[in-house]
Design a protein around this ligand. Structure first.
Ligand SMILES: *Cc1c(COP(=O)(O)O)cnc(C)c1O
Length: 360
């Protein structure tokens, strides 16, 4: 039986897609093998990676002067790979709006000069710094942001304006494909798959072509974007199962009507949860300033933390899992990615209202 999984990641995947995977697991497209067992260089699999890329390009409207790379190592590896590829002996700017961008900033310090261009840490990461708070380096190699902070539940709906010629680099791991994004505003976008795309082990990098070829000399070949781009992400064996599953997810999103339709559904789901918090008379609380509240990750605390365990126990009874908040924030966190259904969100809101009515 499928439960409602609110985990931040690895996270819920659409049941329909998993059923297709199950149905073709032992005999994929009449090959008599699973997709995991076929050569990545054979035409069956190259067809998979090519259509996954084509569908992602359609979904996101990726311009032709961008490369799409299907890589391994997760978003955390990108924290290192980005400075290795883009720093080019210069400095880079980081805006820190939560745990993930802070980690990216720290990791980049191993590779050269990086600057903190803005931070909301003094406000416990409950907002995005405003334009006039930023101290931007006009000569920076890039400006790094995290457009959705998975742990703190902070989403950027307006992008910072990078100085002319400074490419914006964005960690979109936990909200890529949740709404339309204007790819042309970025130099590089990256996202680990296990939040809103597919299984862990795959990371997608979308990079503007003029940023390729600047990697430092010690960059391993498998970590050099230019080398990976020249080899169609297949310098070595790519994460084939992850790419196959991501491709099925892309087709499913296209069938839903693309990212405009997906966004409407995500707005409706997030609204239900935030309304439940707002109408609880202070029983539940979300600390994030309203303009920056994430549609994907909704952290909330109970006014009386002594009730946390009871809340989680009742959630488990109702087949709702993954609601325990991150240890650094406490309380609860509902991750309501694309694949979380409206029914799942309604079940959560029912629990929240019912629990508050009995315990307030
Ligand atoms: C989960 C997450 C990461 C880390 O992903 P890994 O695949 O575990 O390396 C980085 N950034 C954001 C925004 C995330 O949500």
């Amino acid at each position: 039986m499928r439960i409602f999984n609110f985990s931040a990641g690895p996270a819920v995947l659409p049941t329909k897609v998993l059923e297709q995977v199950r149905d073709e697991l032992l005999d994929w497209r009449g090959t008599g093998m699973s997709v995991m067992e076929v050569s990545h260089r054979g035409k069956d699999f190259t067809g998979v990676i090519e259509s996954a890329e084509a569908d992602l390009r359609t979904l996101m409207g990726i311009p032709s002067n961008y490369k799409v790379l299907f890589l391994q190592g997760g978003a955390t590896q990108q924290f290192a790979q980005i400075p290795m590829n883009l720093l080019d002996g210069r400095s880079a700017d980081y805006i820190v709006t939560g745990s993930w961008s802070k980690k990216a900033y720290k990791e980049a310090q191993r590779f050269g000069a990086v600057r903190l261009a803005g931070s909301s840490e003094a406000d416990s990461f409950t907002r995005v710094p405003s334009a006039d708070e930023l101290k931007l380096d006009l000569q920076a190699a890039y400006l790094h942001i995290c457009t959705n902070e998975t742990i703190h539940g902070v989403e950027m709906f307006d992008l910072p304006t990078a100085p002319a010629g400074v490419p914006l680099v964005a960690d979109m791991s936990s909200h890529i494909l949740s709404r339309p994004m204007d790819v042309s505003r970025y130099g590089l976008i990256y996202a680990g798959a296990q939040k809103n795309i597919g299984p862990a082990g795959l990371v997608i990098v979308i990079v503007r072509e003029d940023l390729l070829g600047k990697a430092s000399a010690i960059t391993p070949s498998v970590m050099d974007y230019a080398t990976m781009a020249e080899n169609g992400s297949m310098l070595n064996t790519p994460p084939t199962f992850g790419i196959y599953l991501a491709g099925l997810i892309f087709k499913d999103l296209l069938a839903q009507g693309g990212l405009e339709a997906v966004e409407q559904s995500n707005i409706a789901k997030a609204q239900l949860v935030y309304d439940a918090i707002a109408s609880s008379g202070g029983f539940y609380r979300n600390p994030v300033q309203e303009a920056f509240r994430s549609r994907m990750n909704v952290p909330f605390t109970l006014a009386n933390p002594a009730l946390d365990a009871a809340f989680l126990a009742e959630a488990a009874e109702r087949q709702l899992s993954g609601l325990k908040g991150h240890k650094s924030v406490g309380g609860m966190r509902a991750s309501i990615y694309n694949a979380m259904t409206l029914d799942g969100v309604r079940a959560l809101v029912d629990l929240m209202q019912d629990f508050a009515a009995r315990k307030a």
